[in-house]
Design a protein around this ligand. Structure first.
Ligand code: ADP
Ligand code: MG
Length: 716
């Protein structure tokens, strides 16, 4: 099919341009079609010349009134000057080195000029330097694309135009069922794609957007239907008895009522014939691990096995320690990337042979590939096997394709040890996209799945995002927790803040200092290292300080964390790696540098690292910017309320843009503002799905759903 062809297939796109397109995620004709403009230049809004002001961009419609005067400058530029006028005034226009354009212009003809106005000499006419010039009958709405260095808007425009030419001569099937198109009077796919790039008028643009937004939400909902259906498959391992009382009585604390409620909801799932597919949402410190422990205990007592996955090796190690303490009778093993292959194989073998009841590990459990590639960064989630296969599929070189495909298939092969798993728990689920969720549940057979998240999502969004999941919420904290005192201050307070931290350290407590770090940004890393030097040599020279960042090897990270836990360090200087889960009860103070660079949810989660004992804890954010957001953190203690506020402040685009929620990328649709379309699309998706659950009558539609869900092989 022409739309699956490599981008180089398009006229005018050579090796180099193709490489630049690849950078922007455009690999083939189809992805170019869906490389929607980020905005438009609307040249239909014409400004009268008398209303033109300097330093603003305008579109004027005017006649050329003078000869086009050509001059050559000292540095060999060819400059063309002429005057244009409409009924209200005149402007001077200057063009540089555009012989072809200049010679095509005719005196007394009317054109559209689009550009930024500048003041003229000595109070003369205002001037337009190198404006875009169009014939008055030319398309008036122009696309503006996301670009990368070396790739101009013109080049993208041209490539898209040439690609759209292919639509005219080739068959381009529409995956949307006809009755839906008619019912909602939607544009055809072909029409929508042409007009989203080069709208013939504002109405056409509106209609194209309407069609494509409908598509995104419809495909999202179809995907969720598909996942849900897959998850509701009958489980092979039903859990007969709950052993809940026994578990409860063995705990050193009393479960909160929301913990009890959540455990009961989960146990009901485990007891049923239907696979559990549940999200457990609860603030940092709300005690999600105890809920997980109750389920693992029950599963183990029923003679079944569980796996528990964490996003980082540090977190996996802590869960390992905590769960061993909470449920000592469960035979537990830890599988992380830092073990040797032999050690790993032994653990996998033991798990397979039922010598282990609970296997805890990082995502290395699901994607072997990650071990070599992402050793340095425990936070990175690897691409799913299906994605690898899809990439291989797109590769035109058959040899590479075959090789990559075999490799990807081998990866799943090696996950077979997970077969027979009754319960699969994923901590901090937002780090795992829908794709990973699908692959995980696939490799463990039809296991019961619980996803735990400390990132509360406002209710208005959670249904749309987690449409395929049931949700349990922990909305209260265990008794005796003191709220963490929270402040934000500007740079001028730094010395005072340091003194406050020292006071805490002198009492024998520990503290965190957090720096923002873009993990791939070398200069950020250098600045963290320099700051570390500054702290150890000056501000905190009497104290010992550990340094933790994402570029360190897993073993190094674990060593630093362990040393911090064992009080070898008074202070830990860290990037967001401590964001998820690390539990050091003796820490009572946390300082956040450049707090404006963190998302509100992240700040809230960071704060959750302290206040884990009965002493007063203090959270201090230093920032010279964006204090309105920081005020929310300082005042609010509930993660759900913070999420609501964050959403209200930033809008769903940026709120969801952090890719924290495992939601497939929506290019045009907005889950909040398009809620009516969402409703309609959801209803239609359900009807479509129930009519043909295997998509045998519309394989193209299935392909589209899979593409939206990161090319995940949904394996129906
Ligand atoms: P999170 O929800 O952030 O994962 P954890 O499960 O790590 O929270 O629990 C935080 C701490 O609270 C742990 O030390 C845990 O032992 C403790 N805890 C959990 N539930 C209770 C409870 N009901 N009463 C007292 N302490 C609890
Ligand atoms: Mg936790």
């Amino acid at each position: 099919m022409f739309y699956n062809r490599d981008i180089k297939f398009i006229k005018g796109v050579g090796e180099k341009t193709a490489g630049l397109f690849n950078k922007l995620g455009v690999f083939n004709v189809d992805t170019l079609f869906s490389f929607y403009p980020k905005s438009y230049k609307d040249l239909s809004v014409i400004t009268k010349i008398c209303d033109v002001l300097p330093n603003e961009t305008y579109c004027v419609k005017a006649k050329i009134s003078s000869e086009i005067v050509c001059k050559r400058t000292k540095n060999n530029l060819t400059v063309y000057n002429f005057t244009v006028f409409d009924k209200t005034g005149a402007l001077n226009v200057t063009l540089f080195n555009t012989k072809y354009l200049a010679s095509s212009l005719k005196t007394n003809e009317e054109y559209i000029f689009y550009g930024k106005a500048e003041s003229g000499f000595n109070g003369g006419f205002l001037k337009l330097n190198s404006p875009e010039i169009l014939n008055t009958n030319q398309a008036v709405i122009h696309p503006v694309y996301h670009l990368t260095k070396g790739l101009s808007n013109k080049t993208v425009e041209k490539a898209v135009k040439n690609a759209l030419e292919l639509l005219k001569t080739n068959n381009f099937p529409d995956y949307m069922p006809n009755d839906i198109l008619q019912k909602y009077k939607l544009y055809s796919l072909k029409e929508a794609i042409i007009n989203i790039h080069f709208p013939k008028n504002p109405e056409a643009l509106k209609q194209s957007r309407r069609r494509l937004i409908f598509d995104e939400l419809y495909l999202l909902k179809l995907g969720q239907n598909l996942l849900k259906n897959k998850f509701t498959a009958t489980v092979s391992q039903r859990i007969e008895k709950s052993f809940f009382t026994e578990f409860k009585n063995s705990l050193p604390f009393k479960l909160t009522s929301s913990q009890q409620k959540a455990i009961k909801e989960c146990l009901t799932d485990l007891h049923s014939n239907r696979a559990m597919n549940r999200l457990l949402e609860g603030d940092v410190g709300s005690g999600k691990t105890a809920v997980a422990a109750a389920l693992i205990y029950s599963v183990c007592k029923n003679g079944q096995k569980s796996v528990f996955m964490a996003p980082t090796s540090i977190l996996a190690s802590q869960h390992f320690a905590n769960l061993k303490a909470l449920i000592p009778s469960v035979r537990t093993a830890l599988l992380t990337g830092s073990l040797t292959k032999k050690q790993k194989d032994k653990i996998k073998e033991d798990y397979k042979n039922n010598k282990i009841d609970l296997l805890i590990g990082t995502h290395a459990l699901i994607a072997n590939k990650s071990e070599s590639k992402n050793k340095s960064n425990g936070n990175t989630i690897t691409k799913s096997k299906a994605e690898t296969i899809a990439k291989a599929e797109a590769n035109t070189d058959t040899k590479t394709r075959a090789k990559a495909k075999t490799k990807a298939e081998n990866e799943t092969e090696s996950q077979n040890f997970l077969k027979g798993t009754a319960l699969c728990i994923t901590d901090e689920q937002h780090r795992f996209g829908v794709a990973q969720r699908a692959v995980l549940s696939q490799s463990s057979g039809s296991a019961n799945c619980l996803y735990m998240s400390a990132t509360p999502i406002p209710r208005t969004l959670s249904m749309a995002i987690y449409g395929e999941l049931d949700i349990s919420v922990l909305n209260e904290m265990p008794l005796g927790r003191k709220p963490v005192k929270s402040f934000y201050v500007n740079e001028s307070y730094r010395a005072r803040v340091y003194n406050f931290i020292k006071k805490e350290l002198n009492k024998g407590f520990q503290g965190y200092i957090v720096c923002p770090l873009v993990e791939d940004n070398e200069s950020d890393l250098i600045s963290v290292k320099e700051y570390y030097k500054e702290l150890t040599q000056n501000a905190f020279k009497e104290y010992s300080i550990g340094l933790l960042h994402g570029k360190m090897k897993p073993k190094e990270k674990e060593k630093v964390m362990e040393d911090f836990l064992n009080k070898k360090y008074n202070l830990l200087l860290s990037t967001t790696i401590i964001e998820v889960g690390i539990d050091v009860k003796n820490a009572t103070v946390m300082l956040i540098n450049n707090a404006e660079r963190f998302g509100l949810s992240t700040l809230h989660q960071l704060r959750g690292r302290i206040g884990r004992n009965s002493f007063e804890s203090t959270f201090i954010m230093i920032s010279d910017k964006d204090t309105k957001r920081l005020e929310i953190i300082a005042k609010e203690t509930s993660g759900f309320k913070i999420a609501e506020a964050d959403l209200a402040l930033r809008g769903p685009g940026s709120f969801l843009g952090e890719k924290q929620h495992g939601l497939p990328e929506l290019k045009l649709a907005n889950l909040l503002t398009n809620s009516n379309v969402l409703k309609a699309a959801a209803a239609e998706a359900e009807i479509t799905f129930n009519k043909d659950k295997t998509f045998k009558n519309n394989p193209l539609l299935l392909k589209k759903v899979e593409e939206l869900f990161f090319n995940t092989d949904l394996n129906i």
